[in-house]
Design a protein around this ligand. Structure first.
Ligand code: ZN
Length: 107
């Protein structure tokens, strides 16, 4: 699977995947500008993964505490798989780091 390249919005320098953080700020290796991915990207993905894992658990006929337990266990691989899929079909939008967006995330 080949991923579309991600560039710094400030200097257009290439950002490699291991240099990008999904949560919180990170620095552009070319210009040193603090960058971030809007928190709604990861929050939205996490919510969608949780929904999928809970639907799967209900479909398996699970109820009560076991249902909650299996939902959480399934959520982890679905979330990781979701990240890989999202990275290729809907790459994150990289923006200049704004501290107010971080406060929103930590609430
Ligand atoms: Zn840059």
């Amino acid at each position: 699977m080949s991923y579309p390249p991600l560039n710094c919005p400030v200097c257009r320098g290439l950002l490699r995947d291991f240099e990008i953080r999904l949560v919180g700020p990170f620095r552009c290796p070319t210009c040193g500008e603090q960058l971030q991915i809007p928190s709604r990207y990861y929050n939205g993905l996490s919510a969608a993964s949780l929904l999928i894992s809970s639907i799967l658990s209900v479909t398996m006929g699970l109820r009560g505490v076991i249902l909650c337990f299996v939902t959480v266990i399934l959520w982890v691989p679905i979330n990781i798989l979701g990240l890989v899929v999202m990275r290729s079909i809907w790459p994150p939008e990289i923006k200049r780091y704004l501290p107010k967006d971080l406060r929103l995330f930590q609430r």
